[in-house]
Design a protein around this ligand. Sequence first.
Ligand code: GAL
Length: 368
Amino acid sequence: MKKVITLLLAVVFATSLFAAGQQGTADAGSKKLAVGIVLPTKDEPRWLQDEARFKDALEAAGYSVEILFSQGDSARERANVEALVAKGIQVLILTPHDGDAAAAAADLAAAAGVKVISYDRLITSTTNVDYYVTFDSFSVGKAFGQYLVDNAKGSGNNLYLYAGGSFDNNAFIFFDGAWSVLQPKIADGTFVIKNSSEAIALQGKKELSREELGKIIGQVTTGWDFNIAKNLAEGHLTTATAADKGEVFICAPNDGTVRAIADAFGADGDVTKYYITGQDAEKASVQYIIDGKQSMTVFKDVRTLTSDAIKAAVTYLEGKTPTATGSYDNKAGMIPAMQTEVITVDAANVKSVLIDSGYYSASDFTGL
Ligand code: GAL
């Protein structure tokens, strides 16, 4: 498969060289998609979903593409971008591991005349980002908060907060969205924060600055890593008293880390019931929801995101500019963006949203 893709790219590259030699006489109709895609890691099922959906969409569209993974390493990410630029791509679709660190990769692509599309996570601190395709990440966080609020009764409910990787701009947006819903319910006594002195210090403030968010996130970050998430949760459970346990509400950032955190809380004899949030609708978490081990996930239909990214890439290849529905601040400027909505999934609608819609097949799960 890799050989086929490489061969196709070689053909694309040779064709574009030939076209350049023809001084603009190339037939636009025969133009191939000269696109490189770089995703952050193969170790999280979320990004394997994107890889699979990119392949499906590109195959259907009759285009070829090369997809590389950075394995959570910014140096490798930059080397991937360099390799694709050397192969003559005209459009780069990049999900940065670390938003700030990826600026250098975006800059080198732009210097070679390549259009840069930031995919799902924003490349930050450079103006060399042409377009951003993303889910509504603030809504993802709001959905976490709303789910916990909807299930809490009375006052004094035990609340545990967890966050994504502080190198990822999305982690801030998710937490900010969750905080916007949870903070009023912390202020009125519905919830009591159990695992973050930084969050407790800021619990009177509805709107947090990036720096304030950074303080809380720095204390409860999972780094998007399952093992860190597990150790963090186990540490919290070790220091918590029996009264801090019982029925607990856990705001957790994504399915991979949620399963680790849920396993830790589930194994604690003093925890009688837990509500826990998640996102990505990873297959393993869909099974956890069916089994009652994870309460909800926020479904982000990556078919829409891959399709938006490809549409934008094709628009650039045609020498045009894709339309935007909004813009995002990447710390260097406002980046035109296309945003996709999300859906909250729990045991009540898991079948209709994820199976009946054809996103997953029923045979992938047991006990449906
Ligand atoms: C975020 C992404 C999430 C989640 C997380 C961990 O940027 O939006 O869907 O997968 O990274 O990789």
